[in-house]
Design a binder for this molecule. Sequence first.
Ligand code: FE2
Length: 328
Amino acid sequence: MEKSAHTERRTGQYLTIYLDTLRIDSVLDFDLYIINGSNVVLFRAAKLPFTERNRQQLLENRVNMLYVSRLDQQSYQRYLKNNLKNIVADVNLEESVRAGIVYESAKFLLEDIFDRPTLSENICRGKELVSSTVGFILTADSALTNLLNVMSFNYSTYTHSINVCTLSLALAQFVGVKNPSDLRTLGTGALLHDIGKTKIDISILNKTGPLTNAEMDIVRQHPQWGCDLAKETDLIDRESYIPIIQHHERENESGYPHAIGGKQIHMYGKITAIADVFDAMTTQRVYRNAVDAYPALKEMYEDRGAFDPELLGAFTKMLGPTNLNSSS
Ligand SMILES: [Fe+2]
């Protein structure tokens, strides 16, 4: 079965994938590798069906993660996209595994969206992903706990977008938004909230020191640019523009781009603002150490009425240990 061995184990050349993303009896168009000692070896060549026997063989050897060559990344992503709905709805899979698969799929997708934000296929995939995530959140008993557990705390624009989407959906559901269509609308906007940043020069985005006024003026345009990009494909609900345009608005009118406040900000805008700031503060960036959840929340409370107090209170309660434990 092992027909070739790589002398170097360079996982950078491979994607790590969950065994559970592979559907039994499906024919894969990518090779599957496993780790054997310090080598990456071929387990199953492309075009051969992946059988229950293959799966059992792996499980008997305690293998639940496999590797796919980065050269086959597109094929694997296509496979995952076509199967995500079934995987996420599969009650035989543990919720923690389903959460991990949702998160991994989202990372691939976000890379594509930020690479080509006006490609219709990418936006449609974004909507499908949000739909699967909403389905998962609404049907799984501990979806929130599991999604929070798999969230990456190493900051990247991609993981940040997924985290903001996840936290926004969780908060909305926590405060009583139960309608799947409303959750999908919010989630899609939250996932795409920062796509306008694709128009900002990377040197400004990665700048570690304070921004000049001119640079700040550019940054402040990303909510509007994000809406402009969304309009180009015209594939998302008009209400999904709200998280994009309003996620930097603040209750006390100190935000941008329109410096609106209070009731002028839609609930979707208020929710995304909380999720955005919380995630930015609690994930590790190159130039800033992450702070724990409670100091981050404390700082948000102290920001002189920047956030909706009721929603911030609900968010704090939602992240509280009692609540998370009771749902696990
Ligand atoms: Fe933003």
